[in-house]
Design a protein around this ligand. Structure first.
Ligand code: GUN
Length: 283
């Protein structure tokens, strides 16, 4: 069994991005800029936004965080996004999810200029990804693809089971895998016999938010298991969606939590923002 070390792959990726950013500044006078919009006071969202802002600083990006109270109106959020769409110093715009219940998330995401949509949540990028055109792909599934590449794990013709069908993780993960010519099964909360699907798969990718959902008897011997879940238990421990201790001995490769997919997500946000900034060169 080999551990897939997302932490060190993310560090190497961020160093490369920092070097490319210096190049972009020196040769083209372009400083990549990211605007983050944070609504409300959810502690997890606050922590993620802080990590994203710190990562920007580390790689040499300009970044601004717009913090808004959860009483804010949809119109005010839309106004801020439009301002960022028109701001030439901003290459990437990210609205931290989830938004408060009275806000229509789909309506908000559609206002983001697709060429600044570094989260890849705008329907334009979703459609482009689904048709295998150049697009901003959502950061978490993109990070998983980078892990496969780095560890030379081939995908063509492989049976991959994606557990969880969210717009942020499961669906874009399936699209990326299909584009890489894997045979993809997507399971979700209404799937009748989850284990039947996971057991048949060469690769199992799980993002559900259910701690310990995947047990040892649900994966075949030699499987590759990618755990996207990050769950805080009552005792303070951080665990994934996979029962790691029991599942790991059966695997050829597995990602740990923490230190697996999580660090790659922020590295890919930096990557997408750099890509958006480079689009200024040809403009
Ligand atoms: N909330 C949970 N994951 C994400 C993500 O990748 N991007 C944004 N904007 N919000 C999230």
């Amino acid at each position: 069994m080999q551990l897939i070390d997302g932490k060190s792959l993310a560090e190497v990726t961020r160093s490369r991005i920092a070097r490319e950013t210096q190049d972009l500044i020196t040769k083209h006078d372009i400083v990549p800029g990211l605007a983050v919009i944070l609504v409300g006071d959810d502690p997890a969202s606050q922590a993620y936004v802080k990590m994203k802002a710190r990562a920007c600083k580390e790689v040499g990006f300009y970044s601004i965080v717009h913090e808004m109270p959860d009483t804010i109106s949809e119109e005010e959020i839309i106004g801020t996004i439009k301002m960022m769409n028109d701001n030439p110093r901003i290459d990437g715009i990210l609205v931290q999810l989830p938004l408060p219940k009275h806000i229509d998330t789909d309506a908000i995401l559609e206002v983001i200029d697709p060429s600044k949509d570094v989260d890849g949540f705008h329907p334009c990028n979703v459609g482009r990804l689904a048709t295998n055109l150049d697009a901003f792909a959502p950061c978490t599934p993109l990070g998983v693809m980078r892990m496969f590449e780095h560890y030379d794990i081939p995908l063509r013709g492989k049976d991959v089971c994606v557990v969880g069908a969210s717009n942020i993780v499961g669906k874009p993960m399936a699209a990326l895998l299909l584009n890489a010519e894997a045979t993809v099964t997507v399971t979700h909360i209404y799937t009748r016999d989850l284990a039947r699907h996971t057991r048949a798969a060469d690769i199992v990718i799980v993002g559900t938010g259910v701690p310990g959902l995947i047990k040892a008897d649900m994966v075949k011997e030699g499987a590759i298991v990618i755990d996207i879940g990050i769950n805080r238990l009552d005792d303070g421990r951080l665990v994934g969606d996979v029962d790691f201790d029991m599942v790991a001995p059966r695997c050829s490769y597995i990602t740990p939590v923490p230190g697996g997919v999580g660090p790659m997500t922020i590295a890919m946000l930096m990557e997408n923002t750099l890509k958006a900034a480079k689009m200024r060169i040809v403009r």
